[in-house]
Unconditional design. Structure first.
Length: 256
């Protein structure tokens, strides 16, 4: 945990403007505007310059038990608590803004709604065109989430496996619901095309989080969804009737 906080602190410090090295500026995932005829990158928002000067870090979070939630009136969540520790160490006030539409959190960041978007982002080429990221602090795989067969506790392991998707190629003619604007959609559509498959990939409603979709699989309202492995590690103990053992990607970097 201390190593992660140090890494985040170093990233924030090196996001500072060059003209004032004594005033670190804390945004690490801000909009980049690149001119049509130049490679110059122009800072999108003056918020980059005033985070530490004003003593307040405004963070955009999703409403989920992993990211941020209110429990008996008190804020909770892994990402929230990590951010709170960072702010305490740097004499900053943490201000949380919850973005209801999980798929649009980067859009909210890019119009200047906050300094930082902390939502377990996979770093990819398309996102790097629009945003700056912290140094990666996780490596994770995309995992297929599916329901175990009925009465699986009375079945032999081999029989359980025969009733599950264990190879992504077996998703042919299956329907998978994924979070809107997530990397999961691109991954599945590309995988389907590259392998001549017919995987029907549907994006969720904007307000639905990965946690919501996992719950829908648990209720058997949808058959499959996809989640990052580090998120699954958080939910695994809560869903004994779900299987989280089929990866559909290689390791990928996670950052804010």
């Amino acid at each position: 945990m201390k190593q992660l906080l140090f890494l985040l602190a170093v990233t924030l410090l090196f996001s500072c403007s060059s003209h004032d090295k004594e005033k670190p500026t804390g945004i690490v995932a801000t909009k980049k505007i690149v001119g049509k005829d130049t490679n110059t990158v122009i800072p999108f928002s003056p918020l980059i310059e005033d985070c530490f000067e004003k003593g307040e870090l405004v963070v955009l979070l999703n409403n989920s038990s992993f990211s941020y939630m209110l429990y008996k009136g008190n804020p909770r969540g892994y990402e929230f608590e990590l951010l709170q520790m960072f702010c305490n160490d740097n004499n900053l006030k943490l201000k949380v803004k919850v973005v209801k539409d999980a798929g649009h959190i980067l859009d909210s960041l890019n119009i200047g709604y906050g300094h930082l978007a902390a939502a377990n982002f996979t770093i990819n080429t398309e996102r790097k065109k629009e945003n700056n990221f912290t140094e990666p602090f996780f490596k994770t795989k995309q995992i297929l989430v599916q329901h175990l067969p009925n009465n699986w506790r009375k079945m032999k392991l081999d029989d359980i496996r025969k009733n599950l998707i264990q190879d992504p190629l077996d998703l042919d003619n299956k329907t998978v619901v994924v979070r809107e604007n997530s990397v999961f959609y691109n991954r599945l559509t590309n995988f389907s095309y590259e392998n001549g498959l017919n995987i029907k990939t549907i994006e969720s409603e904007p307000s639905q989080t990965t946690a919501d979709l996992i719950e829908l699989v648990n209720k058997r309202e949808i058959e499959f969804t996809v989640a990052d492995q580090n998120i699954i590690n958080f939910y695994d103990a809560l869903y004994s009737d779900l299987d989280f053992n089929t990866p559909i990607s290689f390791n990928q970097n996670i950052a804010w």
